[in-house]
Design a binder for this molecule. Structure first.
Ligand code: FAD
Length: 563
């Protein structure tokens, strides 16, 4: 059997290696347009920022190494330019010599990835404007920095690549501005959680222009003017365009393969395309979202690798199925970690799901053991069924492990209430006897049992200036005096039982404390004394950071200059 693979990185190289492990005699050829195979896309920003200093670390394999280990024939600088399904051949151009030849196949695998979106606008193509996808792109950026010592950069786009580049270029001492058309960075997170990311970026001196759309670029004064819609342009020495990716599927389209969202390749759960004996994987394919079942594009390395493995199994006579992508992802933001899995509250609403959330701020490990750090956890679940829909966590320590537990729970179809039953490892340096994931379960269990009723930031307008409710802050008077929400009365939780007569009985009580724990205790005291209570999900610290951020963006937008 002869297998031809287009693209030699995440999906393509995985497919080739697995086929060889299953079939010692198959003939396998990879055509790769760039000069490298099996390179570490995910490590590229860290080479630019000098965290990875040896360029050889960026390539996990060489064509020679791949041949000697797997007997896979790797042709770099070779671009597949046409597929001829009717005769089972591809046309290939040797990019060094310009020669075009044909190669026949029994099975064809497409893993061409995606390319950085470059909308048609003035100035696209100028030499101080960069995109980042390949090793060559990385060297181009690095060389420009080493030669020209740029002092300022604009990053168009505030997603994963934009943020990783912002951090790395800031670490090199550059003045960094991120321009993002939506009013938040990192849209897999809800705005409230993204607020934490915003303040971390600002703390590190990164300027955010949120809610601004890039309209084009003009070379000026040895640098670039980034033109913005309805706002003055920003000048920088260089620009990185990171406004998302689009599936690189011109080849598939030309060959008449069925396409999906944004021209992605439509595949079934065996990763078969609409044309017999042609499979596809990775950023180029449309997948089902594991939680919603909707068609999606999810451009991440994990799915690409798994899909490559499934293709290999199926080519070699097996029957492996791809169950869908959940979008589990994690990013380092200076000393902080932000991670997400499943869907966020915003998306749940758009998808028509009746969702509720809990927000909590547990410690990464036992408070009495040194160096515990607070993390903020937001979990989204379906209101009636309590099915877990998604989670977002931002913190410093143990974020990745909790998101992976929650990702696994979502994958197995667990209810949020069942998180309380998980038997998770504990010793003081690592966790608490009630792990943050268990705490989520306890909270949702309390909601299910009617022990906990919540209010959220979106309810503030309803309760504010509302004579029919009592607003109560149960932190200490010192905490209250150092910052509180106007209109809230302060009775510290430990004085509550003695001061019940100060609270009107016939009005619902909206409670808040610093993290949500003391206000829950207060709510139980009050409920036990005949009051109706609602507890703020997330606590004052969370409220304050979200509301401040919202104000900051509103004010900055009004005067056209985000700080
Ligand atoms: P790729 O890995 O991009 O491979 C496609 C290859 O096909 C390319 O090398 C291309 O040259 C080649 N090709 C295309 N067309 C042809 C053709 N006609 N002929 C021959 N060759 C062709 N994901 C994460 O999960 N975590 C991360 O931290 C993360 N960080 C990232 C950071 C950066 C800077 C980038 C760019 C991506 C990052 N990703 C990350 C995404 C991840 O790298 C991709 O999801 C993954 O590589 C997709 O695999 P793929 O096989 O579909 O495409």
């Amino acid at each position: 059997m002869k297998i031809v693979i287009v693209g030699g990185v995440a999906g393509g190289a995985t497919t080739a290696a697995r086929i060889r492990r299953l079939d010692e005699h198959a003939k396998i050829i990879i055509f790769e347009r760039s000069g490298y195979i099996s390179y570490a896309n995910c490590g590229l920003p860290y080479y630019i920022g000098d965290t990875i200093t040896d360029s050889e670390e960026l390539t996990l394999q060489t064509p020679e190494g791949f041949y000697s280990r797997f007997r896979v024939d790797v042709k770099v600088h070779h671009e597949v330019v046409d597929i001829h399904p009717e005769i089972k051949k591809v046309s290939v151009m040797n990019l060094k010599s310009g020669e075009v030849f044909q190669e026949n196949y029994d099975k064809l695998v497409l893993s061409p990835g995606a390319k950085p979106a470059q909308p048609r606008m003035p100035g696209i193509g100028i030499d101080k404007l960069f995109t980042l996808r390949t090793v060559e792109d990385t060297f181009r950026i690095k060389e420009y920095i080493n030669k020209n010592h740029p002092k300022s950069v604009v990053l168009a786009g505030g997603g994963f690549i934009g943020l990783e580049m912002a951090e790395n270029l800031r670490e090199l001492g550059m003045d960094v501005t991120i321009v993002q058309s939506s009013k938040q960075l990192m849209t897999p997170f809800d705005f409230d959680m993204a607020s934490i990311i915003h303040s971390k970026m600002r703390k590190h001196g990164i300027k955010l222009k949120l809610g601004y759309t890039v309209d084009g670029f003009e070379e000026k004064h040895g640098g670039v003017d980034v033109l913005l819609k309805n706002s003055p342009s920003i000048h920088a020495d260089m620009v990185v365009l990171a406004i998302g990716v689009i599936p690189d599927t011109a080849l598939a389209k030309k060959a008449g393969l069925k396409l999906g969202i944004k021209g992605s390749i439509a595949v079934n759960d065996r990763m078969e395309t609409s044309v017999p004996d042609i499979y596809a994987a990775g950023d180029a394919v449309q997948v089902k979202h594991y939680v919603t079942g909707n068609d999606m594009l999810i451009s991440l390395a994990g799915p690409a690798n798994k899909q490559g493995r499934i293709i290999a199994d199926n080519i070699c006579g097996g029957d492996s199925r791809y169950l869908g992508s959940q979008g589990s992802s994690v990013i380092k933001i200076f000393d902080m970690t932000a991670a997400t899995t499943g869907i966020n509250e915003n998306y749940a609403r758009e998808a028509g799901l009746n969702a509720d959330t809990v927000i909590l701020s547990p410690m990464s490990h036992a408070g009495y053991y040194p160096n515990g750090k607070v993390m903020t956890v937001k979990v989204v679940f379906e209101k009636k069924t309590y099915r877990l829909l998604g989670a977002q966590i931002i913190g410093y320590d143990g974020v990745d492990k909790r998101i992976d537990v929650l990702a696994t729970a979502i994958h197995t179809g667990m209810k949020a209430t069942q998180l309380k039953d998980l038997d998770l490892a504990y010793a003081p340096p690592y966790s608490s006897a009630k792990d943050p994931v268990n705490m989520v379960g306890f909270m949702v269990d309390n909601i299910e049992k009617g022990l906990l009723k919540q209010w959220h930031i979106k309810d503030i307008d309803t309760i504010f200036n509302n004579e029919n409710v009592t607003m109560l802050d149960v932190r200490t008077s010192e905490e209250f005096n150092s910052g509180h929400i106007d209109g809230f009365k302060n009775i510290p939780v430990d004085e509550l039982r003695e001061r019940l007569e100060e609270i009107e009985k016939n009005k619902p009580v909206y409670l808040i404390c610093q993290s949500g724990l003391r206000s829950y205790i207060a709510s139980r005291i009050l409920e036990g004394n005949g009051f109706e209570t609602y507890n703020f999900s997330g606590g004052f610290r969370f409220y304050d950071s979200v509301v401040n951020e919202r104000e900051l963006i509103k004010r900055a937008y009004a005067c056209g200059m985000d700080k």
